[in-house]
Design a protein around this ligand. Structure first.
Ligand code: SF4
Ligand code: SF4
Length: 361
């Protein structure tokens, strides 16, 4: 591990350095529990927050925007297609380990196959990620967080350019770890200084203490994966879960690992249109409705179970190397029906017996 130290008062110098040649997005505190990611400017740079509840919206929109223009179409004689390719360099400063793992899932989905998504790749190739490890047990970690169960945190093992972690001692030092050559190049700056074995040991101690903070400490994910993969979940169980879903789509919109989108054309002026893609959610009835109006998954529970097949099914885990849930806890916080991921995993375990699951052909 290549580690350096940076004092908390110097972290803004790191942010300013990154701002010299790219847009820097960082977390800020809002009112009450609220927090949000926004671009750092001269006016707000002093308010960049190091410890705060993770924003409801993950920073995935900087690599997969809510609404993304794909191309323009004009009607001047022959339709002409103009590709949009002018993306700035972006650094996301303070991305949490769970959200970092979420971006890895998007990478697997959009870039991990023979077909590569050029629009995603254009944004992703310009993204620099500074991971902030959640170490403040009061501010950073909430009761619904379960990254430890999802093996996504509290300290990310990879996928970052630079990782910062508060050592929570009187020195005010953060330990920095480089995850890419671009991250390591920053260590030539004078505000980074050498770390010793005592700092690495302190890092381990902090992580061990932090792990005790997680309330959802054990998980039944392996059972849920087994039952889902074997097709052993009873219809009545999915119906029970579906009955609690209000089809708001919130769980998908806040999920850092959800990757679904829809594509539509919209008029922009006389004889001109643009094609856009937008986030979509499997809970919404339009998600599976076909052009002729037929919907093969009309019942809520028939759509609701898709989310959990997709996130926990073994065939998807094989493709993406991990379940598509990173334990951020956001779906727990937004769901009106209390059918966020940990609740569903618990319902599946409780209502499915091993015998029923394994008796299936
Ligand atoms: S947040 Fe809850 S109620 Fe809304 S779509 Fe998701 S499961 Fe359904
Ligand atoms: S399924 Fe829920 S807990 Fe898991 S990554 Fe998505 S929003 Fe977070």
């Amino acid at each position: 591990m290549k580690g350096r130290l940076i004092h908390k008062d110097d972290i803004i110098r790191l942010v300013d350095l990154l701002r010299k040649d790219r847009r820097v997005i960082a977390p800020f505190e809002g009112k009450g529990r609220d927090s949000y990611f926004d671009e750092v400017t001269d006016a707000n740079r002093g308010a960049v927050a190091l410890h705060l509840p993770n924003p409801y919206y993950p920073p995935k929109r900087y690599v997969l925007p809510h609404i993304q223009k794909l191309f323009h179409i004009s009607d001047g004689g022959r339709p002409s297609v103009l590709e949009i390719r002018d993306e700035p360099q972006v650094a996301v400063f303070g991305i949490r380990s769970c959200d970092l793992e979420g971006i890895f899932h998007l990478d697997r989905f959009y870039l991990g196959n023979t077909f590569k998504d050029n629009y995603y790749e254009a944004l992703r190739s310009r993204l620099f990620l500074v991971n902030m490890v959640c170490t403040d047990t009061e501010r950073d970690i909430e009761d619904d967080c379960f990254c430890v169960c999802a093996d996504a945190g509290p300290a990310a093992r990879n996928h970052f350019d630079l990782q910062l972690m508060d050592l929570h001692d009187a020195s005010g030092e953060f330990i920095a770890v480089a995850g890419s050559p671009a991250g390591e190049a920053l260590f030539s700056q004078t505000f980074f200084h050498k770390a010793g074995p005592e700092h690495v040991a302190r890092r381990q101690n902090v992580l061990e203490e932090v792990r005790k903070r997680f309330k959802i400490a054990t998980s039944w994910y392996s059972a849920a994966t087994k039952f889902i993969t074997q097709g052993g979940i009873k219809d009545s169980t999915w119906k029970h879960i579906g009955d609690r879903c209000l089809e708001c789509g919130g769980c998908s919109y806040v999920c850092p690992a959800c990757s679904c989108f829809t594509v539509t054309d919209r008029k922009t002026g006389p004889g001109t249109w643009e094609r856009v893609r937008m986030w979509d959610a499997c809970a919404l009835s339009g998600f599976t409705r076909m052009a002729g109006g037929h919907n093969p998954r009309k019942a809520v529970h028939d759509r609701r179970n898709r989310r959990f097949f997709r996130k926990l099914g073994h065939m998807f885990i094989q493709k993406e190397f991990a379940m598509a849930c990173v334990g951020c806890g956001r779906c727990v916080r937004v769901c009106h029906g209390d059918v966020g991921m940990p609740t569903v995993v618990e319902i599946l375990r409780r209502e499915t017996s091993t015998t029923e699951a394994t008796e299936r052909p």
